[in-house]
Ligand binder design. Structure first.
Ligand code: COI
Length: 358
């Protein structure tokens, strides 16, 4: 499908202070939009980033048919834009769409829109340490009707934002004892906007008690760990790395699966299983809980300083002593910037051939 391109005549690039990039606040010059109606996607276009007109009855605003993804692009040492594992985000977007009864996107449309947008705004990719161009694809229902039914019309948009790291310091986490993020049969595995809306109150309450994020637990017993904040979670117990298995409630994180692969490449056993918090407390008491860290596109690999469980702070070792989270953080960043070999074909390099269709 041909993508029409309308370039801005009023770039704001020169006004951006790249030494101060608060996460998600600054938007690059252009966005990609494609609309869905009459059971097909049509009118793909790249246009200047701007507000979008919406009816007050837009069904996504009322009934939550809204999903999104998060991806990142960085520059190689020679200045080629590199996008990390775009195929995985594409696949997950369509899984979320299916769960939320929304239309799926053809891969070529997603990839062409993405690559042409990033190629056009490649000067927005920041070069500073830990910085990247955050890419936000999202889809929402646009029917102009307050009837509760599956929308017949949708928009899919990608915009980008130059960012610094999402978290500036290791995290203090409160283990949930009242609220749940997801429940069996629900939408925990989908990147549905409502999952994030539902997390606001628990997170605000945890914050008021001195914690940065919530550790989400299973909704039956508050015993098995699922995720933390907006990220997946890993623990190092003795010589093993453990992470909650994907059970339908947990997001199939792209950074999560990349970390598992890198650990296995390094000869580390990664157990994906139900992670009982009592097992971790026991390991901590025996001096075997060596590391805990979160993984996500925005967060990358972030250390957990401590987690509070039933009133007790379980304090993890000093960050400098954390073997595997430090290893993963460095390794992933190096692969994403083209400083280490891309042994698994994770990087899409936007050299001339990759963007020739534009
Ligand atoms: C991401 O890691 O991309 C996320 O979705 C987290 C957050 C910015 C919502």
């Amino acid at each position: 499908m041909h993508i029409s391109i309308h370039k801005t005549t009023n770039s704001s690039l020169s006004t951006v202070d790249f030494s101060d990039l608060p996460f998600g606040k600054i938007k690059s010059d252009h966005m990609f939009i494609v609309d869905y109606s009459d059971k097909k996607w049509h009118s793909p276009r790249i246009v200047p980033y701007d507000n979008i007109p919406l009816s007050p009855a837009t069904s996504a605003l009322h009934y939550g048919q809204a999903i999104f993804e998060g991806m990142k692009a960085q520059l190689s040492p020679s200045g080629v834009p590199l996008i990390f594992r775009a195929d995985q985000n594409f696949a997950r977007m369509n899984k979320s769409a299916e769960r939320m009864c929304m239309p799926t996107l053809p891969k070529s449309l997603f990839m062409d829109g993405l690559t042409q947008l990033i190629a056009l705004d490649k000067n927005w990719i920041p070069k500073g340490d830990g910085q990247s161009l955050y890419i936000r694809p999202f889809m929402f229902a646009t029917d102009d009707s307050v009837g509760v039914r599956v929308s017949e019309t949708y928009s899919f948009i990608i915009f980008t934002s130059p960012v610094s790291p999402y978290y500036a310091h290791p995290l203090k986490i409160k283990v949930a004892d009242k609220y749940v993020r997801a429940f069996n049969g629900g939408v925990g595995a989908a990147k549905a906007a409502g999952n994030y809306g539902a997390s606001m109150l628990p997170t605000k309450e945890a914050y008021s008690q001195g914690y940065h994020q919530v550790m989400w637990m299973d909704g039956h017993e508050f015993r098995y760990i699922e995720e933390t904040g907006t990220t997946n979670i890993f623990f190092v117990v003795g010589d093993k790395v453990i992470t909650p298995a994907l059970d339908g409630n947990i997001l199939d994180g792209v950074t999560r699966k990349s970390c598992i692969q890198l650990l296995e490449d390094a000869g580390v056993t990664v157990e994906q299983k139900r992670v009982d918090i009592n097992e971790l407390i026991e390991a901590h008491n025996q001096g075997q809980l060596l590391d805990a860290f979160c993984t996500g596109t925005a967060a990358s690999v972030m250390h957990i300083e401590l987690f509070n469980y039933i009133g007790e702070d379980i304090v993890l070792p000093q960050v400098a002593e954390r073997q595997w989270s430090n290893y993963l953080h460095k390794k992933l960043d190096a692969i994403k910037c083209g400083l280490e070999p891309d042994n698994h074909g994770w990087i899409l390099a936007l050299n001339e051939t990759a963007t020739s269709s534009s």
